[in-house]
Write a protein that binds this ligand. Sequence first.
Ligand SMILES: [Zn+2]
Length: 92
Amino acid sequence: MTSEQRLLVEPSDIEAIELLCNDCAASVSLKPSDVRHFVGDQCPNCNLYWYKNGSQIEQATKGMFMAIRTLAKMKQDAKVTVRLHIVQKVSD
Ligand SMILES: [Zn+2]
């Protein structure tokens, strides 16, 4: 039997975003709440460039990080709450 667990997450609940290098499997954990953290262009371990310069996936990754930071920091400025709805399938 398979069931689903549903989890509602507000951007302010997101402590970190992990970037996992597809080449060497090193991971970088970045905190949207920390202004010193930003999404880099290359792996800090093997120096692989993760994106083609200016690609949509690069913009989306960096944009998601900045959006989460803004939504968490400025949530009191809106009369709506943004929540991510996460579904986890659980098998017996
Ligand atoms: Zn790497």
